[in-house]
Write a protein that binds this ligand. Structure first.
Ligand code: GEK
Length: 240
């Protein structure tokens, strides 16, 4: 896995985008930037194993290089599911397809280049959207959540993960400090952390846990709960 040293000089050339350079080091970047990334995939696999409606399609929106989807395909061979990953970054989809050729053990998995705010989701039974809604403009999120709701049948599920904030300033400050410490422990330098934070400003816009729950309840989901949280990273499950 190629190491992420994109910001080692502390230079920020404009806002963060999901280009070829990012796709190349993305798996390392995610492992070292999202606390408990592997554990969240493990937990999701267990939820999917128990709750996925059989005979439907599982979509991963903002699938990036396909890591989550390929893990699920390989871990859940007994489930009668089709797997579709969607991302609008061509470099991510190209890499996901290469990984699928190497690692997907005969699963029914496809990767599509598309915009998750407009793409159709036929036969959806379960929709994943991990660390991706945070990149959609906040004003568009209610419409997005409504689309997901409308694409699912009754009994369908949406599992999503987001970076979150707290509106309690002291807690929010603690979140930021703890996350900073996590990135240092992962081998990023102060310079790299500061530069990445600057590049993501105005690009990654997190909400609170409660706002995310209200967003999905407002879109019509019957029940929304968290199943994992590490300080400022949370994973949710919404029942249609
Ligand atoms: C994982 N879920 O491994 N349409 C399609 N894709 C989009 C859009 C859009 N409108 N906006 C952003 N993306 C993955 C990680 S990364 C998270 C998801 C991160 C895509 C973007 O191209 C990128 O691949 C992904 O959303 C976000 O769990 O980089 O922090």
């Amino acid at each position: 896995m190629k190491q992420d040293r994109l910001y080692r000089n502390g230079t920020v050339n404009g806002d963060f985008t999901f280009n070829e350079q990012v796709a190349e080091v993305f798996d390392d970047m995610l492992n070292r930037s999202i606390p408990f990334y592997a554990e969240v995939i493990d937990s999701m696999a267990e939820v999917v194993r128990r709750l996925a409606p059989a005979g439907t399609t599982l979509y991963d929106l903002g699938c990036s290089t396909g890591t989550t989807l390929l893990e699920l395909v390989n871990r859940l061979p007994e489930l009668d599911l089709d797997y579709v990953g969607i991302d609008n970054a061509p470099a991510m989809i190209a890499k996901a397809r290469r990984k699928a050729k190497l690692f997907a053990r005969g699963g029914r998995v496809r990767f599509i280049e598309g915009d998750i705010t407009t793409v159709d989701l036929p036969d959806a039974g379960l929709i994943l959207c991990n660390y991706t809604m945070q990149f959609l403009r906040p004003l568009t999120r209610p419409g997005f959540a409504r689309r997901l709701h409308d694409a699912l049948p009754e009994g369908g599920l949406c599992i999503f993960s987001e970076k979150v904030i707290s509106h309690e300033p002291r807690l929010n400050r603690a979140f930021i400090e703890l996350y900073h410490r996590f990135k240092l422990q992962q081998g990023y330098s102060e310079l790299e952390i500061a530069a990445k934070r600057e590049a993501l400003e105005n690009v990654l816009i997190p909400c609170s846990t409660r706002e995310n729950i209200e967003l999905f309840e407002g879109a019509g989901f019957r029940r929304v709960e968290t199943f994992f949280q590490w300080f400022n990273f949370a994973s949710f499950i919404a029942f249609r």
